[in-house]
Design a binder for this molecule. Sequence first.
Ligand code: 5MM
Length: 338
Amino acid sequence: MNSKVLKQTIAEIFANGKGILAMDESTPTCKKRFEAAGIPQTIEMYRQYRQLIVTTPGLNESIGGAILFDETIRQQTDDGEPMVKALMKAGIIPGIKVDMGAKPLPEFPKELVTEGLDGLRERLAEYKTMGARFAKWRAVITIGEGILTDACIHANVHALARYAALCQEADIVPIVEPEVLMDGNHSIQETYDVTEKVLKALFSKLYLFKVDLEGIILKPNMIVAGKGCPNQNSVDEVAEATVNCLRSAVPASVPAIAFLSGGQSPKVAAEHLNAINKNFKDRLPWIVAFSFARAIQQPALDVWKGESSNIKKAQEILSSRAKIAAAARRGEYNSVME
Ligand code: 5MM
């Protein structure tokens, strides 16, 4: 493992107040999003959409790294240029989702464990030759009646730690993503308690498997109440709970935290990130940025509708949402930007 290489990649991704764009939706997720937007769900339409993203003018002003899906890293733009090359030309570092999805955990109904460790060393070597400098693995943690169990936490953090160690062996920065879902009626306090427990278990496992904490990016959820909880909290309450939870469980040696948006609206996700960076500047030992998918992409996807005549407008919206996220990363977001 070359720690210098890992640190350099992280520094480049987050330079000048930039963040990460997650564009690594797997086929089932793409299908769901396209179906909802009334766009045909074909590999060619997925390619055209990814082309729209990687060729967006000015995207590199706010995006330092983009996470791709296996299908996309093997695809080309209409000009025959690999998507990765288009990103690199724009100064955006390509990353790759390497997990194989969250699957049912046997004997633990409704709980999931993310798979994909088998053959990962070889896959990482191939992705590296294709230009990927960082990777992503997402664990899915659900709060519900009778769940979450310790078995689910244990299985998922074990996989995350094994994945992270394999990435670092290949000089690829691992994004470590333990996502506590917003689905459910749970309160903000329950999200806090579960997230804290998961993060503590995660860092203990990362230590066990000798992962260099200075060479990872943590991608957590913000501390918000479940979508179905009648008591939703103010922006300042969410920011404070999120900062307290992270300070309690994330070592200061981690260089960067990049939040997922998790189904929050683009505006709310930006408001939360902004309040964290603005109100708690002196309490953050890490870079606190974003690795949003929906909170950057959704409005652009809705405008594009699969029509070439809408590409320019969709790209403007995508670029504007990315700029807003970057402003929030710096604590400079203002609702006038909406
Ligand atoms: C892009 O979505 C990623 C997961 O995709 P699959 O479920 O299809 O594998 C996901 O990990 C994403 O990177 C993060 O959740 C961030 O996305 P949001 O929409 O939560 O910001």
